[in-house]
Design a protein around this ligand. Sequence first.
Ligand code: HEM
Length: 500
Amino acid sequence: KQRGARRAKNGAQLPPGPPGLPFLGNLLLLRRSPDVEALLRRLVAQYGPVVSLRVGSSVSIFIADRRIAHAALVESGAALADRPPATRQLLRESGNTISRSSYGPVWRLLRRNLVAETLHPSRVKQFAPARAWVRRVLAEMLGREAEDAQARAQAPPPVLEALRYAMFCLLVLMCFGERLDEAAVRAVAAAQQDWLMFVAQNTSVFAFWPALTRILYRGRLRKGLAFRRRQKELFLPLIDARRARKRQLRAAAPENEKETTFEHSYVDTLLDIMLPEEGERALTDDEICNLCSEFLTAGTDTTATALQWIMAELVKNQAVQEKLYGEIKATCGGEQQEVGEEDTHRMPYLKAVVLEGLRRHPPAHFVLSHKAAEDVVAGGYLIPKGAAVNFTVAEMGWDEREWGRPKEFVPERFLAGGDGEGVDVTGSREIKMMPFGVGRRICAGLGIAMLHLEYFVANLVREFEWKEVPGDEVDFTETREFTTVMKKPLRARLVRRTTA
Ligand code: HEM
């Protein structure tokens, strides 16, 4: 059934969706359905691949078809590249970041800065010693946990904690250019977690009529601001240290620099930015903190989640793990310290394993909400200016019309002759899977995320045999946290490989 009075000039109408109540729209339906994904599956089965939901005067549109997604995100240029105000405003204190900025010059400047200055391949190479350090830290941590478990004849702890910690160490180093000790990294991680939980749990509270809710919920706000202050207390000395170093560098190379200090950091680039506002101005400390917070969040949980899923599949599919180990041995031999970035370029099976992990278990089942900056017609439907638009990322990777046995983990599908051969994750030609989104708002960290996944998967398999814990079978049930994670976190029996 078609709803809504609006039509595009060519007659296209709003996508169909469930009937709603006057004023409330589909609010009650959404309230009754905490699992948005299951709700959407039902709606798509009933109404087709483009569905609209209404709450009050705002329209949310979900697109579940890869061709229509391509038309909306790529063929329509920048028309859907904006972000809805709800995600931009959260709280005044979380400020303007790349992911929250509306489409325009500030977003372009901030995004270009991250992509071209910190995540550019030449910079990424400079961080090779950082990756190697984190690889060692992670291997030691996992090795110690495995030995402890064996000595006590107990099940090993879940691996996710170690993976999260490792990714956090790496991102902190890239962000602040400093190799912090474990206590300092854990303090930053805890502050970050508290603040994020607060934002996630309170976004809807403070997005709605902020002037009023800030008074009604002032106790809650005070608690949240204390988390924010703690985060800033930890970030600011690290930012100031880079500022001081920059000043010294202008005079001469700093003497007696600490061994733990790196030449480049994301903060360095943020200190150089001039915003095209009020003439031109530098970023404030608050804004730098927000961008650092975004950098740490965007790159930690997503990558650790993907790593956990991939390692779980390797535990379950021993033949895949052995084939991958075979490729690692053939590429790197027994003498090399690690599988380096250069080696990963010569490892098609490793790349296939990572792609299959992202197809089968994308960490984000939806992208961040997009907003239509103008009326767009996609798949014959009108996406009206101002509508929030999202895409069923996971379902696209599981589409039976595109993928044979889509729920199975078969990396070979990405090799010659497979249904995923030559797949382009950026989706610029066509979309077959979109774990990083597609179009202007595609993940700004795609390149480094793929490198981190390939590097850590390869080195973790090179170092250990990953086996199932007897009596504790791998369970692939999902649950949604910040990302979609394993409901029963992976525990694995790790056996050090003798040839490593
Ligand atoms: C496996 C790891 C990762 C996955 C699966 C992932 C996925 C995504 C997705 C789905 C989006 C939203 C795209 C959209 O709204 O259309 C996104 C945005 C973003 N990601 Fe990632 N990401 C990963 C790692 C990273 C890393 C390592 C960084 C940076 C260090 C990063 C930085 C960003 C930023 C800045 C945005 C916002 C882009 C914008 O709004 O212009 N991500 N990512």
